[in-house]
Design a protein. Structure first.
Length: 487
């Protein structure tokens, strides 16, 4: 198992666990976590899917060696469930204290007696234990290949929190270039941003804005995904794109074979984005991926990111984005802008922009639950051009949709501000990250009430859902060849 080992949990499950462990009686309490797992070169993440609370005196009782323990029945029941569902088993209890915690010698002895057998019961685990103080957590994780310590726990909510076994060393002073940033969220906040890996799906108008702003914020690592090349009509909207990128002199030649050559030689949008990012922050790590998020190998490049922006508006990209958010417990935001035009009168309708945070739990903004991935549109996108014409999906494929950079700015700026505030802990506790729609012609912004479907295959507790299952569940992708990485 690759280190460091991180435990990720959504804010709603963490609140449930915290209230059980620390009800105010200063006593010891127990529970079990069932978790998915993802292993990447960046480390291993254990993804909390369910929390089983042990009832005092029934499931969590005084042990034979003077300390409390989960009963054999409770352990057998939950470990059997984890084996059946292909999930990791993590026993939980609490100690006194606040900012630092560790296992007792009795705890360690009990692990060494029980966990080798538990590995067999759970078909190889991993299995392990977590011990909590009020603001700290430590972990002892067992696998068939070795034993590992938990590095930290990440709590996914409106503010992203991390808990460690003990207080971390003081953050280094931020680069003087970011002095104005650190005056807002401190050197700690700037260090947090510098250690983040962020995915951007779609590097057109909105994605290119997000790309530059993240680079100037000091984000340390960006993974940019887009299969498209720069076109002449993109130049008013894509940050940093120029006429050479679009091969304007060939495209406007009026000679068909030169126009075709120009389209083949035009720069990929992700390569323009990389150039812009490097200009803003020469030390940034940048993965420019020429590919489609619908392809499994491309989508897998995002499973160890800390945040994902979706700035592509196909239904298939929404489907995969929504799945990654929930399956790997990675918060994200989808942005978009719409300028509807009435087909007969050619009159512009209600212009609106959308900023849709999606957090990996029920009522967290799931795009499926908000009916933003309609099956009919998904079916349309999977058809060939001939099939779409035969089924009358396309009335006039030559009519391009209106698009203006200022509308892209409106949706993108809220998204990047949400991202920044979440990771630097600046949102007030009562803040709810609801979907926002801004209607430009009325100068009106509305928030959309959160929705949740109890049978949702992405965000629900249904035993068929993908939430927090990690690599032990398939993404809704097609399987193709390896991506082209333009690092």
């Amino acid at each position: 198992m690759k280190e460091p080992v991180e435990l990720r949990i959504d804010a709603t499950l963490f609140e449930k666990l915290e209230n059980h462990l620390f009800p105010g009686d200063r006593d010891e309490h127990g529970a079990v976590i069932a978790a998915g797992i993802v292993e990447t070169p960046r480390g291993t993440r254990l993804l909390v899917r369910e929390v089983f609370l042990a009832r005092d005196g029934i499931d969590y009782v005084p042990g034979q060696r003077g300390y409390r323990a989960l009963t054999a029945r409770f352990v057998a029941e939950i470990s059997g469930y984890c084996a059946k569902e292909n999930l990791c088993y993590l026993a939980v209890h609490c100690h006194g204290g606040k900012d630092e915690v560790s296992f007792s010698s009795d705890d360690i002895a009990s692990h060494e007696r029980g966990y080798p057998a538990l590995l067999d019961i759970t078909c190889g685990g991993p299995v392990g234990a977590l011990v909590f103080a009020k603001n700290a957590v430590a972990g002892d994780i067992w696998t068939t290949s070795g034993r590992y310590k938990l590095d930290h726990m990440t709590i996914i909510g409106a503010n992203i929190r991390k808990l460690y076994p003990s207080p971390r060393m003081r953050s280094p002073i931020a680069n003087p270039m970011y002095d104005r940033h650190s005056r807002m969220f401190g050197d700690v906040g700037q260090e947090i941003l510098s250690n983040l890996k962020v995915g951007i799906i779609g590097l057109g108008g909105g994605g290119s804005l997000i790309n530059e702003w993240l680079s100037r914020l000091g984000v340390g690592h960006i993974v940019a995904i887009d299969f498209d090349r720069v076109e002449l009509t993109n130049l008013p909207r894509i940050v940093g794109a120029n006429h050479w990128d679009a091969m304007t002199w060939l495209i406007k030649s009026g000679i068909p074979w030169l126009e075709k050559l120009g389209k083949r030689l035009a720069a990929y949008k992700v390569h323009v984005a990389r150039r812009v990012a490097k200009q803003a922050n020469p030390s940034i790590r940048y993965d420019a991926i020429v590919g489609n998020i619908v392809d499994e190998l491309i989508a897998k490049l995002l499973v160890d990111t800390d945040f994902i922006f979706l700035a592509a508006d196909s239904m298939q990209s929404r489907l995969v984005f929504n799945a990654i958010v929930h399956q790997y417990l990675i918060p994200g935001i989808q942005i978009g802008a719409k300028v509807p035009v009435e087909k007969q009168t050619k009159q512009v309708g209600d212009i609106f922009t959308a900023t849709r945070p999606v957090l990996p739990y029920a009522y967290g903004g799931c795009l499926h639950c908000h009916e933003l991935i309609p099956p009919g549109r998904l079916q349309q996108e999977t058809l060939s051009e001939t099939e779409r014409r035969n089924q009358q999906y396309v009335e006039d494929e030559n009519i391009a949709q209106p698009s203006v950079i200022t509308l892209n700015v409106k949706s993108a700026e809220q998204a990047v501000n949400d991202f920044k505030m979440m990771f630097t802990g600046l949102y007030k506790p009562e803040v709810q990250l609801q979907h926002q729609l801004h209607f430009a012609r009325e100068r009106k912004t509305i928030e959309v009430k959160p929705r949740a479907n109890s049978n949702c295959l992405d965000c629900s507790d249904s035993n068929r859902s993908r939430r927090a299952r990690g690599d032990r569940f398939r993404l809704p992708c097609r399987m193709l060849e390896a991506p082209s990485n333009g690092k």
